[in-house]
Ligand binder design. Structure first.
Ligand code: BGC
Length: 516
């Protein structure tokens, strides 16, 4: 009887969700267009916000060492695995680093207050590996690091905010680099497994969502392919990627065997995913766009979910792509429970096998364009080659749904870049960010109406922060950060998100927020 009642309730809520979703095509965007259990949150990462780089017995991470070393040139890349070179002096555009960043380590309670005012029910953050295990598995667990994340997690839960934790978001203890070359060595699998296990055992009683990696493709492409991120290697991305995939598998195996049944959580991976649109309406460009998608997302997701690299990659790369041994294949059987998608933009792709192309950015024979017939693919943002193309989120979600049998998905990042050079009034009155969020959410909702199992959406980011090679010249926050005083101020987008989450029907009128 009880089971029947449950079934009726599930059926009724599904029906309600369907009706509400159908209404959403004609009505303004509303919280109710998403299921009640849907996670709405904001995202950050340790190195980008925490600061306190030498406090609480934390050791130096690869990013601490990288940002402190001088003399290399600054070259911007970071767009959907394609690189656009703009070289200048100093590695980080403004010569900065994450030593202090947004000082979240000291004022995390204030930041939780901001989350609470927004009304989010989940917060995605990453753990600084070098805070928990300053020497990897070659030293002791650091009690001060454990205490920091325990306090953070407990304080979130007290406010009804579900922690959504990334194990590594680019930063690793420098010691692992110095000892054995980090992701280039299979030894890292053991270290990553050890780190993961420490986190599961210390925090897993309260953390129900784990991601092993944030954007492993960007980590290995930029750190081991083009050399723009630490440790600045070139042409070694596939071996580093191979070790990252197997490190994911190691952590998932540990979670499944020793923790999941008791802790009842989910474990997944977060992948960077742009949408690639054929430049011309012909089958060559269509195939080229498909190929680029494989090099971007399927590179990691196919082995984890289907057990091997995508055939398109194998065909294009031959022996440059490692193969999985029988033992490694066995490890891959643990797969994942969800796919995290970081989606920012879409780009055009053109096949260049049969005709010369002007673009200099290529993966094999495919070339990337940001405009068609002189018209940009979407509204430009402060980040070079990031355009607002809202339908792209529907496309990446449907692509992922089809290729991976509708594995549960979370949009773990979606955001809008402002330049720090803008006036205070412009920064606070971020109407373009509001438009972008509203439109992306509308298209995400379309994908869900088409059957995609999407369970959450996280805005990048809660607060302005250290934007990797761009330092503090770029701002993604819903809250403005004054880096001199560490004061936060809500932007218009924070107010908009808050209204949306509180169920106000949000037709966006361009209003004003006051200066701080
Ligand atoms: C990364 C973030 C970064 C954001 C904006 C994402 O790809 O995960 O760390 O700040 O993009 O560039």
């Amino acid at each position: 009887m009880e089971r029947r009642n449950k079934f009726v309730v599930v059926l009724a809520s599904a029906f309600l969700f369907l009706v509400q979703s159908l209404l959403s095509t004609t009505c303004a965007l509303h919280r109710d267009h998403f299921p009640p259990s849907f996670l709405f949150g904001t995202s950050t990462s340790a190195y980008q916000i925490e600061g306190a780089y030498q406090e609480g017995n934390k050791s130096l991470s690869n990013w601490d060492v990288f940002t402190h070393s001088q003399g290399m040139s600054f070259c911007i890349i970071h767009t959907c695995l394609f690189w656009f070179f703009h070289c200048a002096g100093g590695k980080i555009k403004d010569g900065s680093n994450g030593d202090v960043a947004a000082d979240h380590y000291h004022i995390y309670m204030e930041d939780i207050g901001l989350m609470h005012s927004l009304g989010i029910n989940s917060y995605r953050f990453s753990i600084s590996w070098s805070r928990i295990l300053p020497r990897g598995r070659y030293g002791k667990i650091n009690p001060a690091g454990i205490a920091f994340y325990n306090n953070l997690i407990d304080s979130l839960l007290l406010r009804g905010i579900e922690p959504f934790v990334t194990l590594t978001h680019y930063d690793i203890p420098q010691e692992l680099e110095d000892r054995y070359g980090a992701w280039l060595s299979p030894k890292i699998q053991k270290d990553f497994g050890y780190f993961a296990e420490v986190c599961f055992s210390k925090f897993g009683d309260r953390v129900k969502f784990w991601s092993t990696f944030n954007e492993p493709q960007m980590m290995v492409k930029n750190g081991y392919g083009t050399g723009e991120y630490p440790p600045m290697h070139r042409n070694k991305e596939f071996i580093a990627g191979h070790n990252a995939i197997l490190s994911h598998a190691t952590a998932v195996e540990i979670y499944r065997k020793r923790y999941q049944v008791k802790q009842q959580g989910m474990i997944g991976i977060v992948i960077f995913m742009c949408w690639f649109e054929p430049l011309r309406n012909n089958s060559l460009d269509f195939l080229a766009a498909q190929q680029v998608m494989s090099f971007q997302a399927a590179w990691f997701l196919d082995p984890i979910i289907h057990g091997d690299y995508p055939p398109e990659m194998r065909q294009a790369l031959g022996s440059k792509l490692p193969t999985f041994s029988i033992k490694e294949r066995r490890k891959l059987q643990y797969k994942l429970d969800f796919i995290g998608i970081n989606h920012y933009t879409s780009l055009y792709v053109r096949d260049c096998t049969f005709s010369p192309c002007k673009s200099s950015r290529n993966i094999d024979e495919s070339f990337i364009y940001t405009e068609r017939n002189g018209i940009p693919i979407g509204k430009p943002t402060a980040m070079p080659n990031y355009y607002v193309v809202p339908y792209g989120i529907e496309e990446v979600v449907l692509y992922t749904m089809r290729r991976y049998n509708n594995t549960p998905m979370f949009i773990t990042e979606n955001g809008y870049a402002q330049s720090s050079n803008s006036s205070m009034t412009e920064l606070l009155n971020d109407n373009d960010r509001v438009d972008s969020m509203r439109q992306y959410l509308t298209y995400l909702n379309n994908a869900m109406r088409k059957g995609a199992d999407v369970r959450g959406y996280f805005v990048w980011s809660l607060i302005d922060n250290f934007e990797w090679l761009y330092g503090y010249t770029m701002r993604f926050g819903l809250h403005y950060v004054d880096y001199n005083t560490q004061k936060r101020a809500p932007k218009l987008s924070a107010r908009w998100y808050e209204q949306f989450l509180h169920g106000v029907e949000v037709q966006h009128e361009h209003e004003q927020v006051d200066m701080i």
